[in-house]
Design a protein around this ligand. Structure first.
Ligand SMILES: [Zn+2]
Ligand SMILES: [Zn+2]
Length: 110
């Protein structure tokens, strides 16, 4: 499954009917599809280099995700989760107080 539309370059948006110009060896050529992209990226130099840069980034992100975490890192994640939920419950508490204050003001105004 590709998240990109086939037959349209994901970067420059060119299509088979509106290819971009590629200058190679002094010749005026139009772009083609970059191999291995299922026609979602053309081989214009700028698109090609972006494609490989994105590919490298995606690969290193996948590697970072699949890497086994050390116990210290897991502990850190748990701590962060706790901090987050404390923050959220504080916010909820604040919102409730504000609602109560609002209700009290309305009651006294009426
Ligand atoms: Zn392109
Ligand atoms: Zn192109």
């Amino acid at each position: 499954m590709s998240e990109f539309t086939p037959e349209i370059c994901r970067y420059c948006g060119c299509t088979q009917d509106t290819p971009c110009k590629v200058y190679s060896g002094g010749e005026n050529n139009t772009c083609g599809w970059l191999h291995g992209t299922n026609h979602t990226c053309c081989n214009a130099p700028v698109c090609e280099s972006r494609f490989y840069a994105d590919k490298r980034r995606a690969e290193s992100e996948a590697k970072a995700r699949n890497r086994k975490r050390t116990p210290a890192e897991i502990e850190e994640l748990i701590q962060e989760e706790r901090r987050q939920s404390r923050r959220e419950s504080r916010l909820r508490c604040k919102a409730r107080k504000m609602r109560q204050a609002e209700a009290a003001r309305k009651a006294s105004a009426a």
